[in-house]
Ligand binder design. Sequence first.
Ligand code: 2BA
Length: 90
Amino acid sequence: MKLVTAVVQEEDSAGLLAALTGAGYHATKIASTGGFLHRGNVTLLIGAEDDEIPAILAIVHERCHAREVGGVQVGGAVIFVQQIEQYHRL
Ligand code: 2BA
């Protein structure tokens, strides 16, 4: 099991969430703020099986786009993938 943490731009978040949930993945959306630009962004937590990670990354790649904000290139997405020891849904 892995946890994908994806920081994406707000403009991409609705389409990304719809694509992820439509493909059967579970995701949690957290409102977040970038430390450099102090601009609102969205952090998605996606818990998934190891063999699902490539498909999830492909969806994020397809749905998230780089944009220039105030002369700075932001995104498409910043992604962390972590190993999860245990997953419980009680
Ligand atoms: P921000 O921290 O607001 O950063 C927005 C964009 O500003 C970054 O885009 C990057 O191009 C630039 N930037 C950030 N820190 C910089 C610095 N110290 N010096 C020069 N330029 C800098 P992205 O790299 O696409 O990052 C988008 C958002 O993803 C970030 O928003 C932040 O919320 C998150 N993020 C990026 N890298 C991260 C990391 N290593 N750890 C945690 N969050 C990260």
